[in-house]
Design a protein around this ligand. Structure first.
Ligand SMILES: Cc1cc2nc3c(=O)[nH]c(=O)nc-3n(C[C@H](O)[C@H](O)[C@H](O)COP(=O)(O)OP(=O)(O)OC[C@H]3O[C@@H](n4cnc5c(N)ncnc54)[C@H](O)[C@@H]3O)c2cc1C
Ligand code: FES
Length: 272
């Protein structure tokens, strides 16, 4: 994994240029910020919602001199953001963290929920360079599936598997269910994943059983985003500075915490 371009990276006042609804709970915010347009897939930014909070968000796109993030409304900050309009002022720090390694050959990406956003960014960059790009995407229901049209622009239809928990689109199962069979049937040179940590843990177990290379993007509670406060620790790693992308060897080191526990806002250990 490449290291971050985090040097001195102060907060900048910025503007929401455009807002695009993606699903009933997810919107994409297109923001003007010159520094973040240099981001690589896997990196994140810290978005300050004035008067509310500052939150970490994966960078989803950096085209046309603008940066995009896709945000699910889950709590106070994200709901406030969803209620903002184009032209509103926000603050931006970043890009922070490392990025996914660029691979050639046969590549598989597995995403759940908003984890599709950074993997779409990665898929766009890899599509011209890889021999075959395959994608497995899962969501609870059809309405929550993200970027299905965009994914068809970078992967051929026959290499995309879609799952929904309720069977309203694609296979009715968890995203990890078709994975074992796929990994046994086809050869992959690199596997990338991003999504809910329980899903990431399952992907890790399946790739470990088959001794396959994996890079996973992890989420932890983040405050500073630059390796100072310790709120994002997993094992010996600070997810904001050493990650958010971790390879199989690093995931092995933190497997007792992966998908199990994390540090909460009050500093105590809570279930993931
Ligand atoms: C590196 C990284 C990249 C992320 N990328 C995205 C993304 O692209 N799109 C997206 O929708 N979400 C992303 N998240 C999660 C996003 O940061 C949280 O959903 C957001 O901070 C929740 O804030 P809130 O005030 O709305 O919710 P809260 O009311 O604070 O909490 C709601 C839920 O979000 C979790 N959460 C709260 N604060 C944080 C935090 N600072 N970091 C991580 N989780 C938190 C809580 O555990 C809880 O489950 C990312 C998180 C990290 C660490
Ligand atoms: S968020 Fe402060 S050390 Fe990672």
């Amino acid at each position: 994994m490449s290291t971050s371009l985090t040097a001195v990276n102060p907060i900048r006042t910025s503007e929401i240029v455009q807002i695009r609804p993606e699903s009933p709970t997810v919107k994409t915010f297109i923001i003007s910020d010159r520094l973040c347009t240099k981001a690589k897939p896997g990196q994140f930014l810290m978005l300050w919602i004035p008067g509310i909070d500052e939150i970490p968000l994966s960078i989803m796109d950096t085209s046309n001199g603008l940066v995009s993030v896709s945000v699910k409304a889950v709590g106070d900050a994200t709901r406030h953001l969803h209620n903002m309009e184009a032209g509103a002022t926000i603050g931006v720090r970043g890009p922070f963290g490392n990025s996914f390694t660029e691979s050639r050959g046969k590549v598989l990406l597995i995403s759940g929920g908003t984890g599709t956003a950074p993997l779409l960014f990665l898929a766009k960059q890899l599509s011209a360079k890889t021999e075959r790009l395959s994608f497995v995407e899962g969501a609870k229901t059809k309405d929550e599936l993200l970027f299905t049209r965009e994914l068809r622009g970078v992967c051929s239809e026959k290499n995309i598997i879609t799952t929904t928990n309720d069977g309203t689109y694609g296979l009715q199962c968890l995203v990890t269910e078709p994975l074992g069979k796929l990994l046994d049937k086809e050869k992959f040179d690199m596997i990338y994943t991003c999504g809910p940590e329980v899903m990431v843990k399952k992907v890790f177990e399946l790739t470990e059983q088959r001794k396959l290379p994996l890079e996973a993007s992890l989420e932890r509670l983040m405050r500073c985003g630059i390796g100072l406060c310790g709120s994002c620790m997993i094992g010996k790693y600070r997810v904001c500075r050493d990650g958010p992308v971790f390879n199989a060897a690093q995931l092995r080191e933190v497997k007792d915490e992966l998908g199990i526990s994390k540090i909460g806002f009050d500093g105590s250990r809570i279930p993931v």
